[in-house]
Structure formats: structure tokens, C-alpha cells
Design a protein around this ligand. Structure first.
Ligand code: NOJ
Length: 534
């Protein structure tokens, strides 16, 4: 790997706090039960007061919403359920006036089966140039009745669907999300145009969905366990695609964050070379259990893998795909794994919340940028969605064993005493809110100094206004077993107690913030974190 790259100082994205908005569930401006851009515009003051630097919007483009908008039918039209393109432009500009940058989501691996390209491909038939934009193949077996290869799906179930004329098409996700053929120049050209389309409208960054899956083995050869390279994960061709994207982003001063799930640190870091993506989500941290040794190792590995390419780390605890933090941290197994999700896993929410509060101070003190998923600042738990209301295709495709991802996508509670907890809906919201949702409402937490919201507001305020946070070095400090303690610059110290007994607080000039009260002897209770100035 290349020598250490020194980035220009002062790049906002190197230590930003980026808030993820899932527009369907953030705030409902028109009362139809689905969140929308009008709802977001009305809540910009809330985001500004919270103190975030940027907002990443999950897809807001026109879509049949088979996979929550990750099935895009047209990137140049905002879904009417969310608003209009003109409204998106206004939102981007208004957010900027509040000092908040906008990041949009691009889903290059696939499109919706309602996208004009796919409809034309179906119409045009086998052997047509329209079909070359996708992966259409004849089947195997005597009558072509078997799928062209054995590739496993990213969602359980098949990766191939047969069309009436007998050909099959590839979809790593649902059948309604046909995979694009990235070896085709028109596919590359179109995405470069889409990037420009949104950069022209003032977006500051793009989140790249399934960023390591686009390129496929040209032979579409069978997948064999343990044989490298994988036929569709992390193909070398991807880097060329991202180099050309980077050149476009550089023209606009815009940045990328890649959704790159790769266990191999060196392969992961390749995407973050100075002429490729600026950042990528830190899923190793997200999936890491609440365990002192494991967390410390993950932090060390993260910093070590980013250093050679000069990219800042990102710290992520949650997003719209995974079990909410307070629920996860209250379970016996505090890690996250898609493969082991089941219904009814018991959790201790008081414990999980305590840990999530400590984790908030940990992540916000680490070097790099932080992603915050809507509702995390409210300490929302994962909701149990009645079976007949689950919409996530992951649930159906698992044969009903996987609860799916709707439990972390429930419309937000804003006002405790308003209908539907003030989400804004006049009718029942698209996903039902649990009965105790009002107790998490923004208005209630705003007046409670002990609330999760109060902690986040205070922490983000300090992180922005005081020295030592964000990009820069960190050093582990000696600490007793089960305690993580590290120093940043300017005497900033963060201590997190993951042991089962109270821990001594190191000498300090000032206690900046604690995730919970210290005990009577001034010690740090278990599952509590503190920021100090030495
Ligand atoms: C990752 C997204 O975060 C997820 O929600 C989506 O289902 C898949 N990619 C497919 O686009």
C-alpha cells in the first residue's frame, strides 16, 4: 500500500456529524401517513439545534418502494409521495442556510423493474441491445428451466428470475431490482450524468449503495465457497469506476461515502485511496459487540487500515438496515449479524440505553466522522411490527423467519400529546408506532435534562465548539481491566467503563460531559462514559 497521504486540512467531511434521514419516516408534512420533504423542511431548525453538519437522505427518487426506495425508477424525479424536484432543490438550499450539507443516495448496482431501461429490455426481447444493459441469460438445463448460475442472494432466495420469453435476469436483491451491467459504457455514462445532475443542484455528497457489488465476473461463473475472487463482491474493475466518479466529484468539491461491507481491511482500504472514495461506512464497528477488548481492537484496526490511504474513519452505530442500538446493546449478544436475526430476542432496554449513551460519547470522541441515524438521538428502541404490517422484502424472502428491517424504520415521535406522536399523519402512519412512542417524543425529551436528546445536543455542541475532537491523533491511556481510556489533543480525554464495577476517573481540570451520573465517591459507574479536560 502507498505511503501516508497528507490530506488538505479543513475538509468538513473529515470530522462531520452526519445525520441519516429516512424520508418516509422522518416527518409527515402533508398528513398522508408517509414522511416527505415538506416534513423535513419544517424540521430543519430541529436538525440545526441538534448540531449536525450534514444530512444523508436515503433515496427520495420515484420508486415503487418495493425495497424502501432502493428500487429507483428515475433519478431525475422525486417520488410524488415525498414531493417534487423543485422542493428537493429548496430543501438543499434551505438546509445550507442552516449550515447543513446534503448527501443523496445513489444505488448503482440495480434499478427498479419499473425503470424505463428495464421495461424496454423486457419489450425488446433476447439478443437486443436493450437487454445488454442488464444481465440477461438463457437458463441451464434441457429446456433452460434452471437459473444460469448458483449465485447466493444478498437477501435470501434466488438471484435469477425467468421472463416469459424464457431468458433469465440477474438480481442480487429482489426480482424488482434487476442488476445493471457495469461492463456497458451506457451504464457508466448514465451514472456519471446522474452524479452531475445532483451536484448541479448543490448536494455536497453521495452515499453509494452496495458499492462493492456493481462489477460482475464477465463469465458469470458459479460461486465456489473459499475461491477468490468472489464473482460479484469486490471485483477489481470497481476501482476504475470510482476513479472516474472521483474526478467528477472533485469538479464540484463533493464527497462520497461508500457502503462497502468487506471483512478484509486491506481490500476495504483500496476503495479509500486518494483518487477514489473519500470515506466508507465502518461496519466492523457497527457489528462489534459491547465488549472492551473487541471494541478496542476494532478501533485500532479501523485506524490502522485508514492511515495508509489518509482517509478519515467513520463511526457508525446504526442505520435503516440494522437493529436499533438501545435494543441491541440490551441483549445477551450485543453484536449485529444479518444472518442471526430472529423474532422475540429478549432485551433489557434500560441497560441497552445506558450503553448506547456511553457509546454516543465514545463515537463522538474518536477521530473521524460520525453517522447518526434518525431516532438514535431519541434512544428509540427497535419496534415489534405486527406480522401483517411488515413491508420489508427481507422478511418475506427469508420465509418469514427474519423480522426484516421495519422495526428500525418506524415514523418518529415529535409531540407526545398529538395524534401519531406528532409525526404529522392525519391517517395511520405507513408503519404502526408502538404504544409507548409518545414517551420518546422530541417535545418531552427537550425539557428533560436527563434525556437521550439532551445528551446528544450537549455532546454535539461540545464536539463542535471545543478543541480536540474530530480528525487527528488519539492515544490509549493506561486503565484498569474493562475500561477504555484515550487522549486526544488539547488535553481531551474520553473514558468508557465497560467493566462490571465502578472505575476511577483520571485526574482532570474539567469534567465536560458524562453519559450518566458519577457515583458518590466520584467514580465512573459501569456502562458509563465521560469526557474530561486534563
Ligand atoms: C443497502 C441498503 O442500505 C438497503 O436498505 C437496501 O435494501 C440494499 N442496499 C439494496 O439496495
Amino acid at each position: 500500500m502507498a505511503a501516508v497521504h497528507s490530506p488538505p486540512a479543513g475538509d468538513w467531511w473529515r470530522d462531520a456529524v452526519i445525520y441519516q434521514v429516512y424520508p418516509r419516516s422522518f416527518a409527515d408534512g402533508d398528513g398522508d401517513g408517509t414522511g416527505d420533504l415538506a416534513g423535513v423542511r419544517a424540521r430543519l431548525p430541529y436538525l440545526a439545534e441538534l448540531g449536525v453538519d450534514a444530512v444523508w437522505f436515503t433515496p427520495w427518487y420515484v420508486s415503487p418502494l418495493v425495497d424502501g426506495g432502493y428500487d429507483v425508477a428515475d433519478y431525475r424525479i422525486v417520488d410524488p409521495a415525498f414531493g417534487t424536484l423543485a422542493e428537493a432543490e429548496k430543501l438543499i438550499a434551505e438546509a445550507r442556510e442552516f449550515g447543513i450539507r446534503t448527501i443523496v443516495d445513489i444505488v448503482p448496482n440495480h434499478v427498479s423493474d419499473q425503470h424505463a431501461w428495464f421495461r424496454a429490455a423486457l419489450e425488446a426481447g433476447p439478443g437486443s441491445p436493450e437487454r445488454e444493459l442488464f444481465h440477461f441469460r438463457p437458463g441451464r438445463g434441457e429446456r433452460g428451466e434452471l437459473p444460469p448460475n448458483n449465485w447466493p442472494s444478498q437477501f435470501s432466495g434466488r438471484t435469477w428470475t425467468r421472463v416469459p420469453d424464457g431468458e433469465w435476469y440477474l438480481h442480487l436483491f429482489t426480482p424488482e431490482q434487476p442488476d445493471l451491467n457495469w461492463a456497458h459504457p451506457a451504464v457508466r455514462q448514465e451514472h456519471e450524468d446522474v452524479l452531475r445532475f445532483w451536484f448541479e443542484r448543490g448536494v455536497a455528497g453521495v452515499r453509494i449503495d452496495s458499492a462493492a457489488l456493481l462489477a460482475k465476473d464477465p463469465a458469470l461463473a458459479d460461486f465456489e465457497e473459499g475461491v477468490d475472487p468472489h464473482p460479484y463482491i469486490d471485483q477489481d474493475e470497481l476501482h476504475d469506476i470510482y476513479r472516474s466518479w472521483r474526478a467528477i466529484a472533485d469538479e464540484y468539491g463533493a464527497v462520497f461515502v461508500g457502503e462497502v461491507w468487506l471483512p478484509d481491511a486491506e481490500r476495504f482500504a483500496r476503495y479509500l485511496r486518494p483518487d477514489e472514495l473519500h470515506t466508507a461506512f465502518n461496519f466492523n464497528f457497527l457489528t462489534c459487540p459491547w465488549h472492551p477488548g473487541r471494541l478496542r481492537q476494532t478501533i485500532d484496526d479501523t485506524l490502522a487500515e485508514h492511515a495508509p490511504v489518509g482517509a478519515p474513519a467513520t463511526w457508525v452505530l446504526c442505520n435503516h438496515d440494522v437493529t436499533r442500538t438501545v435494543t441491541r446493546y440490551g441483549r445477551a449478544d450485543t453484536g449485529f449479524d444479518f444472518a442471526t436475526k430472529t423474532f422475540g430476542t429478549p432485551t433489557d432496554l434500560a441497560l441497552g440505553t445506558r450503553r448506547a449513551r456511553a457509546a454516543a460519547l465514545l463515537t463522538l470522541a474518536l477521530p473521524g466522522s460520525v453517522y447518526l441515524y434518525q431516532g438514535e438521538e431519541l434512544g428509540l428502541p427497535e419496534a415489534d411490527i405486527p406480522l401483517d404490517r411488515i413491508q420489508d422484502p427481507m422478511h418475506v424472502r427469508s420465509g418469514g423467519t427474519d423480522p426484516g428491517r421495519d422495526g428500525c424504520r418506524v415514523p418518529l415521535p415529535w409531540t407526545a400529546d398529538a395524534p401519531h406522536a406528532g409525526f404529522g399523519a392525519l391517517t395511520e402512519p405507513w408503519l404502526p408506532q408502538p404504544g409507548d412512542w409518545p414517551s420518546y417524543a422530541v417535545d418531552r425529551q427537550s425539557t428533560d435534562p436527563g434525556s437521550m436528546l439532551a445528551l446528544y445536543r450537549r455532546a454535539l455542541g461540545l464536539r463542535r465548539s471545543s478543541d480536540g475532537f474530530g480528525d487527528g491523533p488519539m492515544t490509549w491511556l493506561p486503565a484498569t481491566d474493562g475500561v477504555l481510556a484515550f487522549a486526544r489533543t488539547h488535553g481531551l480525554i474520553c473514558v468508557v467503563n465497560l467493566s462490571d464495577r465502578p472505575a476511577a476517573v483520571p485526574a482532570h481540570q474539567e469534567l465536560l460531559l458524562a453519559s450518566g451520573p458519577l457515583d458518590d465517591e466520584g467514580r465512573l459507574p459501569r456502562d458509563t462514559a465521560v469526557w474530561l479536560r486534563a
